[in-house]
Design a protein around this ligand. Structure first.
Ligand SMILES: [Zn+2]
Ligand SMILES: [Zn+2]
Length: 263
């Protein structure tokens, strides 16, 4: 291979769709993930009484006073960051399996984007609820899901820390509908990644902050930090992700140990 050929092939790798897909996907994930988590790390490290009053498990020490947990979080976060870089290119081929992903073309109309995002959210919510419900059966809990439930006092970064099999369960819920759709655009997928990352980091934040979540505005239908924190603390109830509808139907919606149902 001549020098020109080598230059040409390396240029085409960096201009290939799989490369662009990986860059857009990883960049969107990392930007939203670390933007939200920088704020959470900051309020973990420094005490702001005006924010600390929203901490859900106030009777317990903050995580910075629990070195064995913080060390575990750091170790697993580094492992997760490496796995994202290695596995994202694979996702490109899975997404293109049933349809076509447009990366370079003009963005679709806002109507198409909103319609597809609604489909993604509804499908993710249903698949996540039922697979999460299954992960709480004794064998799967002991052998798979327990690794995520080590964190009884969750914080944003633990949203992605779990057994690799649970990682697959999460990815299945997120990508099932985007994979099935015939036509999809990278722009829509980036918004979807941003929404899903924000939702899960907020659910694991450990703070029931006002204004910043859909649960604050629509508590009768949306799940959120209060519900998922309660799930981590007790190891049961509140299996949903975006909505609490499935939990209400299955009688697993609970925000307190004394009352069966609160908004
Ligand atoms: Zn669980
Ligand atoms: Zn969780």
């Amino acid at each position: 291979m001549s020098i020109n050929d080598t230059e040409l092939s390396s240029t085409s790798v960096f201009q290939s769709d799989v490369w662009l897909f990986s860059i857009y996907t990883i960049a969107t994930f990392e930007f939203v993930f670390w933007l939200c988590n920088s704020f959470l790390i900051c309020i973990e490290l420094f005490d702001f009484p005006s924010i600390d009053k929203y901490r859900i498990q106030k009777r317990k020490k903050k995580l910075r006073f629990q070195p064995h947990i913080t060390q575990l979080i750091i170790k697993q976060t580094i492992r997760h960051q490496i796995s994202i870089i290695l596995l994202t290119p694979l996702l490109y081929y899975i997404i293109n399996y049933f349809g076509h992903l447009d990366i370079r073309g003009p963005r679709p109309s806002w109507l198409t984007i909103i319609y597809q995002l609604v489909l993604f959210i509804l499908s993710e919510d249903a698949i996540f609820f039922w697979t999460h419900y299954l992960l709480h059966t004794p064998w799967l809990y002991k052998n798979v899901h327990k690794k995520h439930h080590i964190f009884k006092q969750p914080t944003g970064v633990v949203s992605v820390l779990s057994d690799p099999i649970e990682g697959l369960q999460n990815q299945l819920a997120i990508w099932f509908m985007p994979v099935l759709l015939k036509e999809k655009h990278m722009f829509t997928l980036c918004i979807w990644i941003a929404i899903r990352v924000y939702q899960t980091v907020n659910a694991h934040s450990g703070y029931n902050l006002p204004y910043v979540s859909t649960q604050y505005w629509l508590p009768w239908i949306m799940s959120g930090a209060l519900a998922h924190d309660f799930h981590h603390e007790h190891g049961k109830w509140n299996y949903g992700s975006f909505f609490n509808i499935w939990d209400r139907l299955m009688g697993t919606h609970r925000l307190s140990t004394t009352t069966k149902r609160t908004n």
